[in-house]
Design a protein. Structure first.
Length: 284
């Protein structure tokens, strides 16, 4: 996909001299997020048990495992969305660029800007395509029409949607196809300049053609972002990800990390018997 120069955004983006993040010169194995001894609880129920996992910049990390093993809980812990659930709490550390985001002093709003989220089902706002993308920048104080137009165009191009909607930006975001809605939601997430993108089953509600577009889009986006995807689709995990984390439920009914490594290794030469049985379809 042809790159368009990133617009210079203001005022909250002034700490970035060149607008949207450009990680192109960063080494392929740069650690973006480090999860250490993470356990998560819903009241007294332990949902995650002692998770240790590294997420790298410019890479796609897939989280796989059977239903109920804590994949979505882990994903939502990374940007503290679980904090919205009553009686939820977490122990351990989640470091973003070396800063522990579980520290009580952390600015949660800023964390959720840096770590964007795309959900299983497309959830565009009931407003125009333009306003869907411009919503976040406006929330952060950007009101100048020309700047907003640049942001909207840039993010729609990044999400491979611009050519399909450039002549109907005033149309409702809910009036386009499901696949287009999901790419619109990705554009909306990109508009506040995240550094990490979390995707929870982003193509499970889409047809095969739309799924392929989302997968192609992920490959393009990883040039600029760290991406974490939860998926039940083994073929999808094998196609799109660079690293794969396999989770299971332990004997205490908590989600635990069984194996983590390069996707090629996980799918062709796993070290753990449970991993081999799961990726080959013998259970799960």
């Amino acid at each position: 996909m042809e790159k368009t120069p990133a617009p210079k955004l203001q005022p909250i983006f002034t700490h970035r001299k060149d607008g949207l993040p450009d990680m192109g010169d960063i080494g392929s194995e740069m650690e973006k997020i480090k999860i250490q001894n993470l356990s998560a609880f819903y009241s007294r129920f332990k949902a995650l048990n002692d998770i240790n996992l590294n997420i790298f910049a410019n890479k796609i990390t897939a989280i796989i495992g059977p239903s109920g093993c804590g994949k979505s809980t882990l994903l939502r812990a990374i940007n503290r969305m679980n904090d919205l659930v009553p009686k939820y709490h977490a122990e351990g550390e989640i470091q973003l660029d070396g800063e522990n985001i579980l520290d009580p002093r952390t600015d949660i709003v800023d964390i959720r800007r840096k770590i964007g989220m795309v959900f299983q089902r497309p959830n565009p706002f009931s407003m125009s395509i333009f306003d869907n993308v411009a919503y976040g920048p406006r929330l952060y104080g950007i009101g100048r029409a020309s700047v907003l137009s640049d942001i909207v165009e840039y993010c729609l191009k990044q999400s491979a949607l611009w050519d399909e909607v450039k002549d109907k930006l005033n149309r409702s975001g809910m009036a386009i196809s499901g696949g287009q809605q999901q790419r619109l939601c990705i554009a909306r997430a990109l508009a506040v300049q995240p550094e990490v993108i979390l995707m929870d089953e982003p193509a499970s509600a889409l047809d095969p053609i739309s799924t392929l577009k989302i997968e192609d889009l992920m490959q393009d986006l990883k040039k600029d972002y760290a991406i974490v995807i939860v998926t039940h689709n083994m073929q999808q995990a094998a196609r799109v990800s660079d690293y794969t984390a396999f989770m299971m439920i332990d004997d205490r009914r908590a989600g635990t990390l069984v194996e983590y490594g390069a996707t090629t290794q996980i799918f062709t030469n796993p070290h753990n018997r449970q991993t081999e049985e799961y990726v080959t379809g013998r259970f799960g």
